[in-house]
Write a protein that binds this ligand. Sequence first.
Ligand SMILES: Cc1cc2nc3c(=O)[nH]c(=O)nc-3n(C[C@H](O)[C@H](O)[C@H](O)COP(=O)(O)O)c2cc1C
Length: 199
Amino acid sequence: MKLMEAIHGRRAVRSYTAEPVAPARLRALIDAAIQAPSAMNRQPWSFCVISDQSLLQRISDASKAHMLDTIIPDTAAGDLSEFRHALGDPGFHIFYHAPALIVISATEEGPWSRIDCALAAENMMLAACDAGLGSCWIGFAQAWLGTPDGKRTLDLPEAHVPIAPIIVGHPEAVPSAVPRNEPDIRWIGEPGTRGTSPS
Ligand SMILES: Cc1cc2nc3c(=O)[nH]c(=O)nc-3n(C[C@H](O)[C@H](O)[C@H](O)COP(=O)(O)O)c2cc1C
C-alpha cells in the first residue's frame, strides 16, 4: 500500500472478528510506531499489549465507570456529556471486542513526551492499515488507565502516563470515510495572499 493510500484510507474501525492478531504482527506495529520522530530523539514511550479478553472487559467496565463518575460531571468536559448514555449501557464495550489493545504511554513528563506518543500512535495506526488490520484510538480508556488502579493493571511504573490506547484487530467492517472540514489555512506571503488560497 502506498503511504497516501494509508493516510487517506485509514479508518477508525469499531467492528472486529474474533481472530487473534499474531504477536509478530503486533510487534511489527510497535516497530513502526517507534520510527516516529520524537523531541531530541528521547523516544519517551512504552507499550503494553493486552489480548486477554476478560481483562479487556474489566478495563472497559472500569473506564466507563470512571468517565461517568469523574469526567462527565465536570462541566469543563462539555460535549463529553453526549456519551453519558453509551457509557451507562452495560452492553457497550469501549474496545468493541477487538482482539488486542496496545497502550502507548509516556515514560517521562515534559513538554513534548505526550506529543511524541501521539506521533507513535499515528504511525501504528497507519501501519495497521497497511497490514490489512483495523485500529482505533480509544480515548475513553485513557483517564482510568492513568489512575493508580489502571497503572497497576498495566504493570506500569508510577511515572509513566498512558496516552494512546489503540485497539487492533481484523476488521469485520470498515466504515466509510468521515468527511473532513476544509482546512483553515492562512497563506502568509508567497505563494498566496493572506486570507486566500492560491489557485
Ligand atoms: C485522541 C482520540 C480519541 C478517540 N477516542 C475514541 C473513543 O474513545 N472511541 C471511539 O470509538 N473512537 C475514538 N476515536 C476515533 C475518532 O472518533 C475517529 O478517529 C474520528 O471520528 C475520525 O474518523 P476516522 O478515524 O475514521 O477518520 C478517537 C480518536 C482520537 C484521535
